[in-house]
Design a protein around this ligand. Sequence first.
Ligand code: BDR
Ligand code: CA
Length: 315
Amino acid sequence: MQKVIFDTDPGVDDAMALLFLHKHADIDLIGITTVFGNASVETTTRNALFLQQEWGISAPVARGADQTYDPARTPVPWPTFIHGDDGLGNIGVPDHVDGNLDPRPAHRFLIETIRANPGEITLVAVGRMTNLANALREDPEIAGLVKSVVIMGGAFDVPGNITPAAEANIYGDPEAADVVMTAPWKVVVIGLDVTMKTVMSRAALAETASQGGKAVELLSDISQFYIDFYGKLVDDGMVVHDSCACVYVVAPHLFESTTGTVRVLCGGIADGKTIMKPDGRFFPPSAWDDLPSQTVCTDIDANGVLKLIHDTLAA
Ligand code: BDR
Ligand code: CA
């Protein structure tokens, strides 16, 4: 069993990823930390508690950052046109949900849980990287105590999805993402290069819901608004960005990757752009030198990933 803390901004594709982590037999979901992004942190935390209750998830939710790592940064508006006003496809989530809410802020929950399980925890981060960066700022030693960090974010050899240069999770807090990419821990980056290839059709989601019962029916209801939005970009279906990062934890063989040091541009017209210096390539001295080598995914067996998601949710 792999111990996972899920750092998330639910968020429609986040909801699918959460259900995957909850249902996969090889994953022990030990915490859910929330962050602003697809909606305010009040809303993403309420949504995490809602899904926790609906799906009978025992892991606690810890509420995280409500602003960027550098508080002077101008905030990005909530993408209500993708995830709905309620962050979950306008299904009418109750305003207040009682649930298993940890009293600690997310970054402290991360620090204390990592310290209590040295070398054992995989962090799966699929929103802004703010909670992870705040945890590193308070306790840099945790970098050496985490098993690995798998993030959904970035765009390397493809256009961004919020600007031509940047992917939304990174653009929403570039300074935090740069801290996470350059820290001395093992990061696996799952960006738009692979996630945009991974589309679950509306029909396939309906078929999964017909087998997976009430939990997947709720997920299907949540996802319809998002699928309508993505109709402008892909054939009728759901780009399963955040689930790709979760699948990597249990099935890394479904991905191709390369290694190198990664920096995030902070400011300028390419604000939030992720750039890798490949290992083994030599350049004059640059801002990519003397940093940890990270893993960047370059290709994906999309059908294999979609089948694993289907099989896990339908079980
Ligand atoms: C990422 O941005 C959010 O809208 C999604 O939940 C996903 O994490 C895709 O760019
Ligand atoms: Ca997300």
